[in-house]
Design a protein around this ligand. Structure first.
Ligand code: ACO
Length: 416
């Protein structure tokens, strides 16, 4: 393994150090490049840029593998709950029984909102998109948290985000604010907060609880994606945790990122409504003059199957079969996937289904409407965002501030 790379620019010889990761992925450290050569690098979309050293999750895009703190996602999904996964992602190791109990109890301690938050929420028009409301309220939460203990910030967010999500959903469907049930585990409480009806006890369905646990785990972290990078970037400017997470939510909302889960179901419904001609829609996605893309397909890092999509598909099939639902959208999604994976365009460009392709089908089977899908993604991604913010602080990463190549006017004078 070389520790430096040698290169020539215009006849001058330079050396730059090389940085290696656990699996020997390699990067040229260009931090001194401009000082020594006068050049910067040009990499729109950061396609070839490593912004930090991280030990939270690892993706092998060529093999289609995902690890959380070294553990394969396939093992975590079968052996851990979402709250254990959150602990793992935040703290680096899986909790033992006592640690898990204490973590869960501490989260429950913060299971309430300040009454001012409820007052502010009452003034937010109901037609706003839930992601906009969630992001705004997360930002505002900071003001109403009295805890001075730094570590408690993470627990506050884990406790309060599900309440905000339930509050938003319930107002949309005309239900009163949610009630926290401290006797339930994290995911069961989330379901009860969403779906309980006044004067009627909510009956938990283990098929649904299990599916929700799994889909939250699948979203828990995904290294330097757009929203996580946003969170880190804000944190690097010494912006607080809540504001950084709020900005991450805004980034997640975009249709090319987490907003794709809503866009996938809307696309599948459109296909179904227009007669179900899959081939026509695939041609549309391939047509460069048409802005349409096959939503839920493609990924910056995965050039093989997204392992999360494989698991999500199984979870969707399994729950729909066990619940005895017939879902034409699931059948359509499977046929669309099959057709796309045989098409030379998708094969050559290595475009596979990503996590968002099947996640909406799971949410719908749980009873969560389309407009809440990206909120559910945010609940799942929360531990990852927090772990990256924490890691960035511990690493003492410098403020994120890229350069540019200016192509505007040369210096000129105002003519008047
Ligand atoms: N449908 C049709 N063509 C596609 C698709 C798609 N879904 N995705 C990529 N392509 C094509 C592009 O047009 C491009 O073609 P070209 O080389 O002929 O110009 C090529 O594949 C490479 O695509 P890029 O956009 O350059 O790839 P990038 O890594 O920048 O983008 C992204 C990745 C944004 C995910 C893209 O694949 C996409 O838009 N997918 C649809 C939206 C989506 O599902 N987003 C969720 C991603 S997962 C997540 O964030 C949770």
């Amino acid at each position: 393994m070389c520790s430096v790379v040698n290169f020539n620019i215009n006849g001058y010889h330079y050396k730059l150090p090389v940085v290696y990761g656990t699996f020997y992925e390699k990067a040229i450290n260009i931090s001194q490049l401009r000082d020594s050569t006068g050049f910067i690098t040009f990499d729109p979309g950061f396609k070839n840029t490593g912004i930090t050293k991280s030990s939270i999750s690892f993706i092998d895009g060529e093999k289609g593998e995902l690890l959380y703190r070294g553990y394969p996602i396939e093992q975590i999904i079968n052996k851990c709950s979402f709250i254990e996964t959150s602990y793992l992602i935040l703290n680096g190791e899986l909790p033992n029984t006592a640690q898990l109990k204490s973590f869960s109890e501490k989260i429950k301690k913060f299971n309430h909102l300040h009454k001012e938050i409820n007052k502010i929420f009452d003034h937010i028009p109901n037609f706003y998109h839930p992601m906009g409301i969630l992001s705004s309220l997360t930002y505002i939460l900071d003001t109403f948290i009295n805890s001075l203990q730094k570590e408690d910030m993470y627990l506050h967010l884990l406790a309060k985000l599900p309440i905000l999500a339930a509050l938003i959903y319930r107002k949309k469907v005309g239900l009163p604010p949610p009630h926290v049930n401290p006797h339930l585990d994290y995911t069961s409480n989330l379901l009860e907060m969403f779906f309980s009806i006044p004067n009627k006890s909510y009956e938990q369905n283990p098929i649904i609880t299990d599916a929700l646990n799994k889909i939250l785990i699948l979203h828990a972290d995904h290294e330097q994606n757009c929203s996580t990078t946003t969170v880190r970037l804000l944190g690097s400017a010494d912006t607080g945790l809540f504001s950084s997470i709020s900005a991450g939510m805004s980034a997640l909302w975009g249709r090319l990122h987490g907003g794709a889960n809503q866009a996938v179901i809307e696309m599948l419904e459109d296909i179904l409504r227009s007669g179900g001609n899959i081939k026509k829609w695939i041609e549309k996605a391939k047509n460069k003059k048409d802005p349409f893309r096959l939503m839920g397909f493609g990924h910056r890092i995965y050039k093989n199957f997204d392992p999360r999509a494989k698991i999500a598909k199984k979870v969707a099939e399994n729950m729909i079969q066990k619940l005895g639902i017939s879902d034409p959208i699931l059948e359509l999604a499977k046929n669309l996937e099959k057709e796309a994976l045989q098409d030379p365009y998708f094969v050559e460009k290595k475009l596979y289904p990503n996590i968002d392709f099947y996640s909406g089908i799971i949410y719908q089977a749980i009873g969560i409407p389309k407009y809440m899908f990206t909120v559910m993604f945010a609940l799942g991604r929360l531990p990852g965002w927090m772990a990256h913010w924490k890691e960035m602080k511990n690493n003492k990463d410098p403020i994120g501030r890229p350069r540019q190549i200016y192509i505007g006017y040369k210096k000129r004078n105002i003519q008047k």
